[in-house]
Design a protein around this ligand. Structure first.
Ligand SMILES: C[S@@+](CC[C@H](N)C(=O)[O-])C[C@H]1O[C@@H](n2cnc3c(N)ncnc32)[C@H](O)[C@@H]1O
Length: 322
């Protein structure tokens, strides 16, 4: 039994309704074909299509949360951007913004952020051959940090198959640690997340609630049928004990997912029951806030699935056949 699902079924009508349309939608081939085509379109989108897409999400996010705060015309003249992303030869997305010599306000490091072992707490002698001791932009104090790294299909061939099942954890922990170690006190952090009801996501949201003002955002116009949404944390306090603990936990998870727990680690026995205890604790303290935060996100996804032509076509067809 999934404790989180059970908890939500008892308290969130939005979640129950979403589960129902997901069940209807996901069990039909129209949905599969639609999502296959959508994936193909995403992988082969032109620069103009990508620009339009990201601008739409950005504008909607700003309108809903004011978190990006690019309101004054002249802000761009003194703003500095420091970015990290995958190089093209590792399957990274093409960069849409001019940078470096062509635009000194935008610095970009092309690297695989999941491999910065020293940054994530490994000792030099523990680094594996594909890892790096670099710690990019070490002294930054950012006002606004975007963590919208996403596991890319185009990068799959370059990932270590032995670490594949931990790929999402490694990317999330990498972003969390890099971001929290480069945030200004009181700054804003925006992170792309998936499946709010998954334990990792719930835990991350509960963690941010301890040291920031937490909001969530899901665009109506793009990716609305997916489970993706954004954590928007304002007034982040990286100096709080809870924030420092979150970074240490992130380092431990990255270590386990990347090189294994090692011989001196405590045995994994009771890991399941320990996790269940943690789930119950988080639901007790954060469950109500979680439901209030996520209800609008689940409503947006459910309504978008119901509106989708592939969903309508499939339900009409199954109604006719019964
Ligand atoms: C959802 S897209 C972000 C789009 C971007 N914010 C924009 O507006 O164009 C996901 C990004 O994650 C990056 N990414 C995925 N895995 C990565 C990794 N291991 N290291 C660095 N960047 C990674 C990809 O290169 C891609 O640009």
């Amino acid at each position: 039994m999934n404790v989180i699902h059970e908890y939500l079924r008892g308290r969130s009508e939005a979640f129950v309704k979403l589960e129902e349309v997901r069940r209807l939608g996901w069990s039909n081939p129209h949905g599969d074909t639609h999502f296959q085509q959508q994936r193909k379109r995403a992988d082969t989108a032109t620069a103009d299509e990508r620009r339009l897409f990201f601008n739409m999400i950005g504008e909607e996010m700003q309108a809903a949360t004011s978190a990006i705060r690019i309101q004054e015309e002249d802000l761009w003249s003194w703003m500095l951007v420091h970015a990290m992303t995958l190089p093209k030869q590792l399957g990274g997305h093409p960069l849409l913004i001019s940078h470096g010599n062509r635009n000194p306000q935008v610095n970009v490091r092309f690297l695989d952020i999941t491999k910065l072992g020293l940054e994530y707490g490994l000792r030099l002698e523990e680094l594996e051959p594909d890892m790096s001791a670099e710690q990019p932009y070490p002294n930054l104090q950012c006002d606004l940090v975007f963590c919208d790294g996403q596991i890319l299909r185009t990068n799959e061939a370059h990932r270590d198959p032995n670490r594949e099942k931990h790929a999402a954890t490694r990317l999330t922990c990498s972003q969390l640690i890099l971001a929290m170690n480069r945030m200004k006190q009181g700054g804003t952090l925006i992170m792309l997340l998936h499946k709010a009801e998954a334990w990792n996501t719930l835990e991350l949201l509960a963690t941010f609630a301890e040291f920031s003002d937490l909001q969530v955002f899901k665009p109506f116009k793009k990716h609305a049928t997916r489970s993706s949404f954004y954590l928007v944390a304002r007034n982040v306090q990286p100096g709080f004990a809870a924030a420092r603990l979150a970074v240490e936990k992130g380092k431990l998870s990255w270590r386990h997912a990347s090189i294994g727990p090692g011989p001196s680690a405590s045995p994994a026995e009771n890991a399941d029951s320990k996790e269940q205890e943690a789930v119950s604790r988080v639901l007790e303290t954060f469950g109500e806030q979680f439901v209030q935060l996520l209800n609008p996100i689940w409503d947006i996804q459910r309504a978008a699935i119901e509106r989708a032509p592939w969903f309508k076509a499939s339900t009409i067809k199954s109604e006719l056949s019964t």
